[in-house]
Design a protein around this ligand. Structure first.
Ligand code: NDP
Length: 239
């Protein structure tokens, strides 16, 4: 069955892998992109690309209108768009903190709230939020990012309770370190230190995150809600 799937931040990295995985499985996929143009092969896969900055409620509304127009109401939402702005606490400005929270947490609130409208009407839906292992472990220099990612867990679990009776599941995927632009920005020293803590001894590929997102969005996961699924090579074990 072909569903209307929306992936935020789907022009690169993990979001792009998620969009490709759904499209290859035959779903009607839309992605949002902000600055970078999506790769050309996405349109060959039939993926609809909609420009949207999730910090702007009007752009979110516009994006939904376009997606609903072309693919119908969103049945699967993957809230993936996110940013980092790392800094040690005493050097972290108010803007460093609030801008990361505004994208990662409040931006997710904006897109989820809009998707929930159609899902409530349809009495079914799948929502998957992309958090991070550091939301639970913490990370020096990433207090803003970790707080925003931890916030997604409380947000998802509240919605799991609120929306469960309407057959809408809300789950969180918490990736460890994934080979994308976000982690390519790290120094070799930082990368080596991180890998030392990963039992599987390697970074994840974006496709490995996509596989768990697809599972949570499938019929096989119909009885899973409010869960936080680590896809982190064992880095976050025990949390
Ligand atoms: P990238 O930096 O490669 O991509 C981030 C995506 O989010 C881009 O598409 C970007 O758009 C989009 N985005 C950022 N800000 C906004 C905004 N305000 N409005 C709309 N879109 C926005 O990151 P990854 O693919 O690595 O990460 C994807 C998600 O996974 C993020 O939420 C991240 O926190 C999380 N994650 C990543 C990990 C990793 O190791 N890479 C580990 C754990 C979690 P644009 O191209 O325009 O900038």
């Amino acid at each position: 069955m072909s569903r209307s799937v929306l992936v935020t931040g789907g022009n690169r990295g993990i979001g792009l892998a998620i969009a490709r995985a759904f499209a290859e499985a035959g779903d009607k996929v839309a992605i949002t992109y902000r600055s970078g143009e999506p790769p050309a092969d996405l349109s060959e896969l039939g993926v609809l690309a909609v420009r949207c900055d999730i910090t702007d409620p009007e752009q979110v509304e516009q994006a939904y209108k376009e997606v609903e127009d072309k693919h119908g109401a969103v049945e699967v939402l993957v809230a993936n768009a996110g940013v980092t702005r790392d800094q040690l606490l005493l050097r972290m400005s108010e803007e460093d903190f609030t801008s990361v929270v505004d994208t990662n947490l409040t931006g997710t609130f904006r897109v989820v709230k809009r998707a929930a409208r159609g899902m409530l009407r349809a009495r079914k839906g799948r929502i998957v939020l992309i958090s991070s292992v550091v939301g639970l472990l913490g990370s020096a220099g990433q207090a803003n990012y970790a707080a925003s990612k931890a916030g997604l867990v409380g947000f998802a679990r509240s919605l799991a309770r609120e929306l469960g009776s309407r057959n809408i599941t809300v789950n969180v995927v918490a990736p460890g370190f994934v080979d994308t632009d976000m982690t390519r920005a790290l120094t070799d020293e930082q990368r080596a230190a991180i890998l030392g803590g990963v039992p599987l001894g390697r970074y994840a590929q974006p496709e490995e995150i996509a596989a768990s997102v697809r599972f949570l969005s499938s019929e096989d996961a119909a009885y899973i809600t409010g869960a936080v699924i680590p896809v982190d090579g064992g880095l976050g074990m025990g949390h």
